[in-house]
Design a protein around this ligand. Structure first.
Ligand code: NAP
Length: 249
């Protein structure tokens, strides 16, 4: 399939997990991809080298999505090196889970700035070239925790709920310029972030609540990102697509 032929995408946090799967999926569908990482330099460069064998342009950039300055210079550099940006996937995220009584201000700020601040940092920069091109697809990775809330995840839930409000507002602001903005709300997906899923009784408790009776894969989230990035979703904006095996309905 070549759903993204001649498109350029930028993916934050593309070195591991869901971001890596999205990067792979986009390249497999014909896109050139710039992706970021924060600390896993070797893994990011290995991925970029591997995917460059496709003949498409794939490059890893060390850039802290929580930093406005980093995001500004990232977009400048990618525009210079790739010439345009058609698709932006705001995926980078962290969790620092704890009951509110134990959430330190520093942890709260770190989660909000990394998960929600990053979406502002990137989107603020990316919409200039997209407005000029009168075309673009912005895909923000939220979470069903942002839709439903969850004990022990107040900072994470607040950041992910914030992403949903932001996504809808941007869709309303920029629809007239043919820029679409949608969110994906994954459920429990097996990645480094959710290493605890396989551990003992916890796994059974989580699974008992999922109608499809299994955890999701990063590739299943990447398939939804591909749909939202491509023209297959040309009349879809301001939506939140739960990719959660039916956990949220
Ligand atoms: P992951 O396996 O922990 O990977 C996180 C990725 O984000 C890594 O590439 C990491 O880079 C990057 N990253 C973290 N902080 C960054 C920063 N400040 N600047 C740039 N890159 C940064 O996580 P994941 O499970 O794939 O999650 C990806 C997204 O999906 C997150 O937004 C997460 O909240 C969301 N999500 C995940 C699940 C799930 O079940 N896994 C469910 C719902 C939503 P390094 O490799 O350099 O550290």
């Amino acid at each position: 399939m070549d759903l993204l032929k001649d498109k350029v995408a930028i993916v934050t946090g593309g070195s591991r997990g869901i971001g890596e799967a999205i990067t792979r999926k986009f390249v497999a569908n014909g896109a050139d991809v710039a992706f970021t990482y924060l600390s896993s330099e070797d893994k990011a460069n290995a991925l970029a080298n591997e995917l460059s064998a496709s003949g498409q342009k794939v490059k890893a950039y060390k850039s802290n999505a929580a930093s406005y300055e980093d995001s500004e210079s990232l977009i400048d550099q990618v525009m210079k090196e790739f010439g345009k940006i058609d698709i932006c996937v705001n995926n980078a995220g962290i969790s620092r889970d704890n009951l509110l009584l134990r959430v330190a201000e520093e942890q709260w700020n770190e989660v909000i700035q990394t998960n929600l601040g990053s979406v502002y940092n990137m989107t603020k920069q990316i919409i200039r070239p997209m407005i000029k091109a009168r075309s673009g697809s912005i895909i923000n990775i939220s979470s069903i925790i942002g839709v439903r809330g969850n004990a022990g995840q107040s900072s994470y839930a607040a950041s992910k709920a914030g992403i949903i409000g932001f996504t809808k507002s941007i869709a309303a602001e920029l629809g007239g310029r043919n820029i679409r903005s949608n969110a994906i709300a994954p459920g429990f997906i097996e990645t480094d972030m959710t290493h605890y899923l396989g551990e003992g009784d916890n796994a059974k408790t989580y699974l008992s609540k999922i109608p499809l009776a299994r955890f999701g894969t990063a590739e299943e989230v990447a398939n939804v990102a591909l749909f939202l990035a491509s023209d297959l979703s040309s009349y879809i904006t301001g939506q939140v697509i739960c990719t959660c095996g039916g956990l949220n309905m």
